[in-house]
Design a protein around this ligand. Sequence first.
Ligand code: MN
Length: 293
Amino acid sequence: MKIVRFSSERIGHGRIGVVDGESIVDVTKAIGGEAEEWPPVLPVRLISEFDRLRPALEAAVAEGPRLARREVTLETPIPWPHKLIAIPVNYHAHALEMSSPAISINAGFFILSNSSLSGADEPIVLPDLPGRQIHHEAEVAVIIGRRGRHIAREDAREYIFGLSCLLDITVRGRQERAIRKSYDTFTPVGPWIVTADEVGAFDDLDVHLWVNGDLRQKTNTRHMIMDIPQIVEMCSSVMTLEPGDIIATGTGEGVGPIHAGDEVKINISRVGAMSVRVEQGAHGANVAIPYDV
Ligand code: MN
């Protein structure tokens, strides 16, 4: 099942949909709760109760109101997760291009601000940081489906709800990763969540990224230093994972700068593709002090 969160002029925002061919079926009613509730945790509730809700969702897909893709704006699938986790330097070739000592080493994880999340139809807004490079990183997002602590890698799959495409937009430099990667709109996720049963194996997914049609990144999840089950094991050895938690699993080689006016496209095999446009914002220079990198 491919699950989207969307808005449309006709029916408002925060709606939950299931992708059915070329159309999107609004299944918000079948989940219960309010699409426009605050905090916006309807997707987290859907994930945590998915097994119980699945028959109602399937029935809703058969009958529910359908919208064309062009009628909707895709929002970030999980705007209010309990955690947004990211893995640094998880591909050998990217470690080499960054001259990172982390190659082959489990460097752990870091935490990003949930407020950096955005959706497939929303722009990346660049902060006003003249002279600083801002890079694209194409990544597989793992969406946790069940609460768990001390999850063995052999059991990790049972705790994974699905996958999404994720762009980990990054200001290069030596400040803490959390500040350089947490600007609003710096973590586009989408276009949907694909449930794990539709993805199949996690360890042979092609990940491609283009900027304005030029291929910039091309890797496969088989080249990960820590694979997805190991990532779940490592993160859950420290903290309880909750339904809806998002893990950005690291990027392959070929990262590079993005500029206002660019179109950044990510494609992950058996997951999906999204194209996100880049805009220049007027703010963001006040706390991120520029310096040479
Ligand atoms: Mn990254």
